[in-house]
Design a protein around this ligand. Structure first.
Ligand code: SF4
Length: 445
């Protein structure tokens, strides 16, 4: 009889965040990769709390992933299995950043990228000598297998795929560089195209933190990828994340659009680069916030909308500067508006800084990790109280996500992209953020 591996994707039970919207849920790609690396004589099931609350089911081995805000939930689920003597393994970003914490709640912690070490984990389990910690090394990108997309919940509207890992930028609030390294590692184009062909959904989210990457070959490689999609007849509509350099090369934009790109997510963070130095946002500082309008116009001219992400609570932010940021977001050509509170995630330099300056509002971990979901103030700002920052966030939600503003953004997108499809994508994304904002206000009540 086959052994049973249960892979679990927990969700923060207190707040649903963007997953309140069906179209904002994305498959747990890491679990699909783990499934692909597991030998054929295992029966594998993914239990996904993006859709159904976890209910205990039998397994020989349990693997759990977790973001910081779902870490407590992951530990609770692991505890149920440990009490029954079933071995539990945790991996993913949170456990990799805090392995000593994770070790208290699970039998085994896999730190870092799992691909290189997972076969050993499985063979150690089979030989009854599972260790408590495994260190995964940064792998060559050609070792990333095709994720088992058929195991993901069929309710996902978007498929997900990763084309590269790593980021040299090392922004203060981000743990990507720590987790995936400075070096940009790109999967072979044919591997990505093969995997794209195996994804059943028509709509795709490229989960890369930056679809282009950096360096002299970045644009060339992106064009090859987009042309490959066109040549193979892979007809998908997609969105991606990129740095502000996405607009530098017109050929990149042309082939991105031709291969189905509808929205690009860009971390603009603030309307003026004087705020960006505090979080080391090098690329935006280099290009200059004065160029944001040109960048967005150029992307729009290829029928692609821009999702502009902004941060509230930077160290030199004041009530006034945030008021200006809200006005900027409304009046700027940004098509989709995303705002988050600066959040010191474990593993980042920001977390260490706030901890050393005694500015963290919470210290009862892991219970308090539920607050670290980017919608809540978790630290003491420098120029206002944390309550003031929280009130500004609420005020911003009420200003940005009115039906009137969303409708005016829809008209703006329609005018600048001349694409009804792109405008509908952008508009429904704004409505998704509106739903999250409304749900957050209810949580506060
Ligand atoms: S925020 Fe983006 S650019 Fe900055 S380190 Fe993270 S992935 Fe890289």
């Amino acid at each position: 009889m086959k052994k049973r591996l249960l892979l679990i994707n927990p969700s923060n039970p207190c707040k649903t965040g963007l997953t309140i919207n069906k179209s904002s849920r994305f498959p747990p790609l890491g679990l699909g990769i783990i499934a692909a690396l597991t030998p054929d004589d295992w029966r594998i099931k993914i239990v996904d709390e993006n859709f159904d609350s976890f209910k205990y089911e039998e397994a020989d081995l349990v693997g759990i992933t977790a973001f910081t805000s779902s870490a407590k939930r992951a530990y609770d689920i692991a505890t149920e299995y440990r009490e029954k003597g079933i071995p539990t393994i945790i991996g993913g970003i949170h456990a990799s950043m805090l392995p000593d914490e994770a070790k208290q709640y699970v039998d085994t912690v896999v730190i870092g990228e799992a691909e290189g070490i997972w076969p050993k984990v499985i063979s150690d389990f089979e030989n009854g000598k599972l260790e408590s910690v495994y260190q995964g090394e940064l792998i060559n990108a050609d070792m990333v297998p095709k994720a088992r997309h058929e195991l993901f919940h069929p309710g996902y509207m978007f498929g997900a795929i990763q084309t590269a890992r790593g980021c040299p930028m090392d922004c203060e609030f981000c743990s990507v560089t720590q987790f995936n390294g400075h070096k940009y590692r790109q999967r072979p184009i044919n591997d990505v195209l093969d995997e794209l062909e195996s994804i059943p959904q028509k709509m795709i989210f490229f989960v890369d933190d930056n679809i282009l990457g950096y360096g002299k070959n970045a644009n060339e490689r992106a064009i090859k990828l987009f042309k490959g999609m066109i040549d193979r007849g892979i007809k998908k509509d997609w969105f991606c994340q990129a740095s502000i350099n996405f607009a530098e090369d017109e050929e990149v934009l042309e082939y991105a659009a031709k291969s189905g790109c509808k929205i690009v997510f860009i971390g603009l963070e603030a309307e003026d680069e004087k705020y960006l130095g505090t979080v080391n946002k090098k690329m935006n500082i280099k290009i200059g916030s004065g160029k944001y309008r040109d960048v967005i116009d150029r992307i729009n001219s290829y029928k692609i909308a821009v999702l502009g992400s902004f941060i509230y609570g930077l160290d030199n932010d004041t009530s006034n500067s945030l008021q200006k940021r809200i006005e900027y977001i409304i009046n700027s050509p940004v098509d989709v508006m995303q705002t988050t509170i600066l959040t010191p995630l474990p593993g980042t330099r920001l977390f260490e800084k706030f901890k050393s300056e005694d500015r963290l509002l919470y210290d009862k971990f892991p219970d308090d990790w539920v607050h670290f979901d980017m919608t809540e103030v978790t630290f003491k700002p420098l120029h206002m109280t944390h309550k003031q920052l929280s009130q500004i966030m609420s005020y911003s939600n009420r200003c940005l996500y009115t039906k009137k503003i969303i409708f005016s953004k829809f008209l703006k997108t329609l005018f600048s992209t001349k694409s009804l499809t792109t405008s509908i994508w952008a508009c429904s994304s704004n409505f998704n953020y509106r739903n999250v904002a409304l749900s957050m206000e209810k949580v506060k009540e």
